[in-house]
Structures are given as structure tokens and as C-alpha cells.
Design a protein around this ligand. Structure first.
Ligand SMILES: [Zn+2]
Length: 394
């Protein structure tokens, strides 16, 4: 693997408050060899090592999308798109979608629900170097109740033994994380409503314990307020959506939020790139309520991680920055948003070798034209992407 010394106007070392002006990063053998000022590293790094000079640009850690479904096609009927697809064609489509994310500067994706372990197969192809793609963290088949949310992916469970067996099956097939559909969801019309629990508090605890036996954390899809509370008590690692729904409408519970903060649980408030359309469809009152919930959680100190839910209807792959701009529209600082895309996910996903630029870390980094700390849109002008030290574009 080639060595290269990248220099740019600034290096966001991570977290985003840590910036080296006129900085440089040495990439060697898939890892970061050194980080410093351009003057220092230009002088100390062997003159034969190629220089990649990027005037006007920023180097920053590769971004992470903590919630995607590579097996879904973002079209109106993802269920048929997954269940009727020819497995070989679906594998090709999955690889292409992962590459779209990578080209957008996303060097790590967490897939939270696929079929037949297809994303694990993609992960192996990427890791072996046969295919170019982002680092893949795969959940395989999400646990769900019979006829429940995304049951068509193959993870329906009823009894405690079913739960143990499904987790063991996922772990054996190479899952990196266990996903549970703790409440209903919008995608599965005949299943429980979004606020209805699919598992009891006791079952959720069992799922977390069983996953831990296999060395895995749990990501819980949870829309319902009561279910969110049960997920906190059970000790899940991340809560997906976290939209505080009940049969009577939105009911926010600050005590549960305090539990989220105290137990170091991260929240992936999935938002697609075309969130403006989504807000319009919600209507002003519901949209305002949803935004207020996010503000409340932010003020309480919740750690947010960035995720697009790419693959579900309307959530396109590769429109990652659009999702980040949603948080900017709510008044989040650019540095805070960059942390949601880098250091926060690394912490939440238990990845200690990525998310910041430091010697010994995986060389997952991107170069963008401009300064994302002052102009978030500069993240759309990706000039270079390095995935484990491999330059994957330009
Ligand atoms: Zn999802």
C-alpha cells in the first residue's frame, strides 16, 4: 500500500474543535503514520514519499453513516425490492450503494438490517481488497416479532429460545451488532403501529444479555416512548429514531432522556437528505413538535450520531450531507455536526481505531474543498477519499 503525505489549509484532527492550520497527514500501510503541521512533516518525511498538496482544502476523518439498509433500493416498495430480487443482482446493487456512500465521503457504514447476510459478504469482499467500499458494520437480520417490522428480512422471534437462537445465528453469520425492532415501524403496514412495543422490557434485557454473550452490542429501533424507556433499562448501545410516540401523540419524557445520557447511550435520529419534503408532508405542527424533541434532547446532553436510513422510501444513498444540513437548520454548530459524523459514531459503535486522525489509527479520511467548520456545504465537494489508506477516487 502506497505512502502519501497529504497537506492542506487545515486538518480537522478530531473532535472538530481540534484543528491544525496548514496541516499534514502521513498515510502509510493503511494507517495514519503522523499528523502535524505541513512544515514539520514536509521536513521530517522522506522526500521520496509522494506529496498530495491540497490548497484551499480541509482534511478530516472519514464520515460515518450509522443507519443504512444497503439491501433496500430507496424506492416506494423496498419490501418487494428485497424479497423478489435475484440474490446475485441484489449483491451487485448493495456493493454499488456502498460505493455511492464512500464517494460521498462516508468511510464507515452501519447496516441495520439486510437479508441472507449479504452485507457480511460485502464486508468480506471489501476487507479482502476484491471490492472497493467503506468499512461495513453489519447487523444482518433484525430481531422482530412475528409479522412485525421488517419481518421479511428473516428475524422473526417469539419465545426466549427463539431470541437466543436468532442472536446466535446472526453472530455465527458474522454480525457486528444485533439490531432489534423494539417498536413497530412505518415500513411494515400490517405490523404493530410505530408506538407499539414489539418486545417486553424483560425480552429486551434478554436480547442485550444474549448479544453480550457473543460480544455484541444492541442497536434498538424505538419510536414509542414506553419502548424507549425499556431500551434504556435494558442497556442497548444505540437508540434508532427515538421519536417519542404514543397512541395519543408525542409524549416526551425527560427522565428517560436522563437515563440515555447517564447510560452512555447514543441516539441516531435518522433523517434523509430530502428532509424538507418530509417536514412538509408532516405538516407544520408535527414538524415543529419533532424539532422541539431534538432540541430538548440536545439540551439534555444526548450524544447524537449521524444516520440517513438510506434505502427506505425516499432516503437516497449518497445524500449524506443533506442529512447533516438538517441539524444545521436546527441551530447545531458545524463542529457539533462534524462530531456527530465522526467521533460520536466511533464511540457509539465501539470503534477505537477511527473517527479521529492520529498516529496508529486506520487511515479513513477525506479531503474536501473549503472549510466545513464555516461552510457545511463544502462536504459536498469531496476531492479525495481514503479508506484504510487506499485512495478510492481521483
Ligand atoms: Zn432503518
Amino acid at each position: 500500500m502506497k505512502k502519501v503525505l497529504i497537506t492542506a489549509d487545515r486538518v480537522i484532527v478530531g473532535p472538530a474543535s481540534q484543528v491544525t492550520v496548514d496541516g499534514a497527514v502521513l498515510v502509510e500501510s493503511g494507517i495514519i503514520g503522523a499528523v502535524g503541521t505541513a512544515a514539520e512533516l514536509d521536513a521530517s518525511v522522506d522526500a521520496h514519499i509522494p506529496r498530495l498538496r491540497c490548497p484551499g482544502a480541509t482534511v478530516l476523518p472519514g464520515m460515518m453513516d450509522c443507519h443504512v439498509h444497503l439491501a433496500f433500493d430507496a424506492g416506494p416498495d423496498p419490501i418487494s425490492a428485497v424479497t423478489d430480487a435475484d440474490p446475485r443482482e441484489l449483491s451487485t446493487a448493495i456493493a454499488e450503494r456502498a460505493q455511492q456512500l464512500l464517494a460521498a465521503g462516508v468511510t464507515t457504514v452501519r447496516d441495520l438490517g439486510d437479508r441472507d447476510g449479504l452485507t457480511v459478504a460485502l464486508r468480506s469482499s471489501i476487507d479482502s481488497g476484491a471490492v472497493v467500499g467503506p468499512r461495513v458494520i453489519a447487523a444482518t437480520a433484525p430481531l422482530t416479532s412475528p409479522g412485525g417490522h421488517c419481518g421479511f428480512l428473516g428475524g422473526e422471534v417469539t419465545t426466549d429460545d427463539d431470541i437466543r437462537e436468532q442472536i446466535a445465528r446472526n453472530a455465527a453469520s458474522g454480525a457486528d451488532v444485533i439490531k432489534v425492532m423494539a417498536s413497530g415501524g412505518a415500513l411494515t403496514p400490517k405490523g404493530p403501529r410505530m408506538w407499539e412495543a414489539q418486545f417486553t422490557a424483560r425480552q429486551l434485557r434478554l436480547i442485550v444479555e444474549e448479544a453480550a454473550h457473543h460480544g455484541l452490542g444492541v442497536a434498538a429501533h424505538a419510536h414509542g416512548t414506553e419502548t424507549i424507556g425499556h431500551c434504556v433499562t435494558a442497556g442497548v448501545r444505540t437508540i434508532e429514531h427515538c421519536s417519542w410516540r404514543t397512541a395519543e401523540g408525542i409524549v416526551y419524557d425527560p427522565a428517560i432522556t436522563q437515563g440515555i445520557v447517564d447510560n452512555d447511550i447514543s441516539v441516531c435520529r435518522c433523517v434523509s437528505g430530502d428532509w424538507q419534503l418530509f417536514l412538509e408532508q408532516m405538516g407544520p405542527e408535527r414538524a415543529k413538535a419533532m424539532i422541539e424533541l431534538i432540541q430538548e434532547m440536545r439540551e439534555a446532553g444526548v450524544r447524537f450520531i449521524a444516520g440517513t436510513d438510506a434505502g427506505v422510501p425516499g432516503a437516497r444513498f449518497g445524500d449524506y450531507v443533506g442529512m447533516l444540513e438538517f441539524f444545521a437548520s436546527l441551530g447545531f454548530e458545524n463542529a457539533e455536526i462534524l462530531d456527530m459524523a465522526t467521533v460520536n459514531p466511533a464511540h457509539a459503535l465501539g470503534l477505537s481505531d477511527t473517527g479521529v486522525l492520529a498516529p496508529g489509527m486506520r487511515a479513513d479520511l477525506i479531503v474536501v474543498d473549503g472549510n466545513p467548520l464555516t461552510e457545511l456545504g463544502s462536504l459536498r465537494r469531496v476531492q479525495h477519499v481514503f479508506s484504510a489508506g487506499r485512495s478510492v477516487m481521483n
